[in-house]
Design a protein around this ligand. Structure first.
Ligand SMILES: [Zn+2]
Length: 83
């Protein structure tokens, strides 16, 4: 992880953080966003990963399908837990 911290801009201090709730688990599951913690200032939040995957139609399609699955999963869960 060579992205600078969004809070203190220090480079190389971000470390992967464990998901603490369902929403964060889903984010980790998408492999696009991850929860990071800054070792120098203690900031914790969501950072989009540097995707080094070559752009391919299949890869793009998989990402779109996965995002829709996650979206429907989240709305399904929200519906069942808010009633
Ligand atoms: Zn920081």
């Amino acid at each position: 992880m060579y992205k600078p911290c969004p809070n203190c801009n220090s480079v190389g201090s971000l470390r992967r953080s464990r998901a603490k709730n369902l929403f964060e688990s889903i984010l980790n599951f998408t492999k696009i966003f991850h929860i990071y913690r800054c070792m120098s200032c203690g900031w914790r939040g969501i950072v989009k990963r540097n995707l080094r995957i070559k752009l391919s139609f299949v890869g793009l399609l998989k990402s779109v399908i996965l995002l829709f699955l996650v979206y429907y999963l989240v709305t399904y869960i929200l519906k069942n837990y808010t009633n």
